[in-house]
Design a protein around this ligand. Structure first.
Ligand code: NAP
Length: 459
């Protein structure tokens, strides 16, 4: 780094509350919002602009100068200008030599240019140290202070010292820097704001597909079949009955799908006898969206809870109850309490409540603000996912188990939806049970600690 007088001054250790001077090129939306936030955090801000006239929009305590003059006042220059105008920087190459240039730009399309904007800037000004940062923070969030959801700032750059200086600014603004490595990572960082729910795509499409399948399945068995063979018009089941069957089934299957890739991973590692070989791509992708699958499952479970709570309000339910009472009155006979049924109904309700409670707890621990505050051991302790899966599977088993054996459950020779919903969760729990046996768990733990059955590099 060229230690000219201005740089040395700007990098001098802080002896007062006042921090160093930072230069921002561009007095547009982002430049102004970032400048305001920096002034609030104790920095002196000097703008480099095409027009040196002060306006009401520019933060009060900032200075506005021409680009070259402003750049001389600071060691760090934030380029708050669109990439297509970067050419104007070339004549300033000498002034910018040795300075840290922060590229904050975004594009309109994914992979819009062959190289990232930050790499392009580095090519234009090889004598400067380019760092990519701040592009995932919006001007609006900086101004309104609504940064809670996006405190993380991705930073990358080839010069470690320059990157540290930018990360210090990020921290001083109350944000969290995340070092993404060299400038090669800039393309990926620039693509982040343009991606549409990348981790949610697979879970959302899977949930939509499965929901449509189970909805049509129930429609065929509960509405169409009863209409054809029993001459009952239960079309109103579409509103509450069928959704209240599909939601718990979806919640249970998706929760099991959160744990199934872990089971596959364990089997693959045991089979290969090493953890140093990549999993197949589909498994990697599946593992990465487990949290999203779990959150969608929680949404389905919550809907199921709400649908169940409104059950007593339904006209169909009160009609069925009064029909039972009237038939007992007409026959002058009171049905004795069936103790087995009472036990079954109370048990499945209790299991459902406990399962849902653990499910919610699991959802809460997945929030970054919670998971960031627990260490690994605490996280494992409260990671009650398998327990939630056991309770929810037991809840479905106790409720729907009676349909396993009843021939009436096999309309058109198709099994009841509850039978279908239990296949994946039961398979996951059975294999997990096998995996915790010491004779399987011990070699798996060894493999995960780095042991290899056939070491690649033996001494
Ligand atoms: P903007 O409001 O259009 O401001 C861009 C500034 O660039 C202008 O105010 C102007 O400043 C300067 N400029 C324009 N044409 C120029 C030229 N030909 N030569 C030199 N300077 C020129 O844009 P913005 O929203 O602030 O965005 C600036 C950069 O930040 C973009 O790269 C954008 O991708 C990135 N970004 C923006 C946001 C956001 O929320 N807005 C979020 C993340 C990243 P002067 O008039 O002072 O010269």
């Amino acid at each position: 780094m060229n230690k000219n007088s201005s740089n040395t001054m700007a990098l001098a250790p802080n002896t007062s509350n006042k921090r160093e001077t930072v230069c921002i090129f561009g007095t547009g939306d982002f430049g102004r919002a970032l400048g305001q936030k920096m002034i609030q955090s104790g920095y002196s801000v000097v703008y480099g602009s095409r027009s040196t006239q002060m306006s009401n929009l520019i933060p009060k305590d900032a200075e506005v100068l021409g680009h070259a003059e402003a750049a001389q006042k600071a060691a760090i220059i934030i380029i708050a200008i669109q990439r297509q105008h970067y050419n104007f920087l070339t004549p300033l190459a000498e002034v910018l030599r040795g300075k840290v240039l922060v590229d904050i730009s975004n594009n309109l399309k994914l992979n819009q240019y062959p190289e990232s904007n930050a790499e392009y800037l580095a090519q234009l000004l090889p004598g400067s140290k380019v760092v990519k940062a701040f592009n995932t923070v919006s001007a609006w969030a900086l101004q309104s202070g609504t940064l809670d959801a996006s405190r993380q700032v991705f930073v990358c750059g080839d010069d470690v010292e320059a990157k540290q200086m930018v990360m210090n600014i990020v921290r001083a603004l109350g944000l969290t820097p995340l070092d993404k490595g060299s400038l090669l990572a800039a393309q990926e960082i620039e693509n982040y704001p343009l991606q549409l729910f990348p981790m949610w795509k697979f879970p959302i499409f899977l949930s939509l597909g499965l929901t449509a399948f189970f909805f049509l399945y129930c429609l065929a068995l509960d509405v169409i079949y009863t209409y054809i063979y029993e001459n009952n018009n239960f079309s109103f089941f579409i509103a509450i009955t069928i959704p209240n069957r599909v939601c718990p089934v979806m919640a249970l299957i998706l929760l099991a799908l959160v744990y199934l890739p872990g089971i596959f991973a364990a089997i693959i590692q045991l089979y290969r006898g090493t953890k140093y070989r990549r999993f197949p791509d589909w498994l990697d992708k599946w593992m990465l969206c487990r949290k999203q699958l779990g959150l969608i499952a929680l949404a389905f479970a919550s809907l199921h809870a709400v649908f169940t709570l409104v059950t007593p309000l339904r006209a169909f339910v009160s009609w069925r109850t009064s029909k039972g009472i009237i038939s007992q009155a007409l026959n002058n006979k009171t049905e004795p309490l069936n103790n087995t049924n009472a036990w079954l109904s109370d048990s499945y309700l209790a299991l459902g409540i406990l399962g849902y409670f653990l499910f919610v707890l699991l959802g809460i621990t997945s929030l970054p603000s919670v998971s960031n505050n627990v260490n690994w051991r605490e996280f494992r302790f409260v990671n009650l996912g398998y327990l939630a899966l056991i309770f929810c599977t037991a809840h479905t088993l106790v409720y729907g188990g009676k349909w396993f054996l009843s021939p009436s459950a096999y309309k058109w020779y198709l099994p009841n939806i509850y039978i279908l919903s239990l296949i994946i969760p039961c398979a996951v729990l059975v294999v997990k049970f096998v995996l915790i046996f010491p004779c399987v768990d011990k070699p798996l733990t060894k493999i995960r600690q780095g042991w290899e059955r056939k070491p690649k590099y033996s001494e």
